[in-house]
Design a protein around this ligand. Sequence first.
Ligand SMILES: [Zn+2]
Length: 98
Amino acid sequence: MDNELHTGPFHDGSARNQLLDLALTRLGNGSLPRTAAPRIYAGPAHDESCSLCGFPIRTGEIGYEVNSPSQGGAVQEYCFHIFCFHAWREACEPRLRT
Ligand SMILES: [Zn+2]
């Protein structure tokens, strides 16, 4: 079963620029970290909400988990779909854009 509700509207590869725009917006308003975090894990997801698109990363999909230290020393956790993770990385590093 693979329908739009399960994967979100951005994950068919045709709207990559929309994800990138969203990532840039979130970097701009501070809701995502600007730099690649020192610790990044990829592993099976458990219905976490994606920090970029807001859709759940469904159990059985691979999710990327990013731990980023914030001001004050607390560690902030972010979870991403694979597509969302790459969009975020691209937004962080404009040189990667082709
Ligand atoms: Zn996502």
